[in-house]
Design a protein around this ligand. Sequence first.
Ligand code: SAM
Length: 210
Amino acid sequence: MKRFYDHFGAGQDRQAFYEDPALDDLVAHAALAEARVITEFGCGTGRLARRILTGLPDAAYIGFDVSTTMLTLARRSLASCGSRAAVLQLEPGTVQLPIADRSSDRLISAYVLDLLPVADIGAFFEEARRVLKPGGRLCLVSLTTGTTLVPRLVAGVWSLLYRLRPQLVGGCRPIRLGAYCAPAHWDLLHLRTVVTWAISSEVLVARLRT
Ligand SMILES: C[S@@+](CC[C@H](N)C(=O)[O-])C[C@H]1O[C@@H](n2cnc3c(N)ncnc32)[C@H](O)[C@@H]1O
């Protein structure tokens, strides 16, 4: 995965044509204006971080990614934010974030969990419980299965390609985020499927129970 995204680099931002409507929905439901510390897992080029921080002059941000290329692009994109934005590298294969317990108001991840093995997605939700402050929000977007005929067909073909040769679809596949969001730990505030150009994205915002 690291090698793929090291090579893909700024090409990631060409996915904006289907990602942006879902990211708009995420931002609309994340209550970011209330957040002092925002953490992002898999920040890519820093495109979402830049958008968020532009509107929040007092918030601090820390982004993580495995890809050296992405880190370079994100640092460049966020340079104008100075010391309130930091971007750090994670070792491939870990979802553990090197930040303190209960240190973040928001944990964001867009189009990353759909790349991870099922066990790692579950582990990420556990890690979210550790790093979020009580009442903090987990804010996620991923590819998902379709709800109507054409998006469902597209998601079906996508899943088939993933099973045959994951590299053909960038190593990601449609998943259902809601399945990981245990009501014992999370209040589900927002769960919506956004379809753009027949590609379905799931947006989930959940509050950590106190
Ligand atoms: C599809 S891109 C999404 C990037 C960005 N979030 C966006 O929406 O444009 C996936 C990103 O996750 C990163 N990534 C993949 N596996 C990761 C992992 N285990 N830990 C952290 N980052 C990871 C990749 O390097 C890449 O930057």
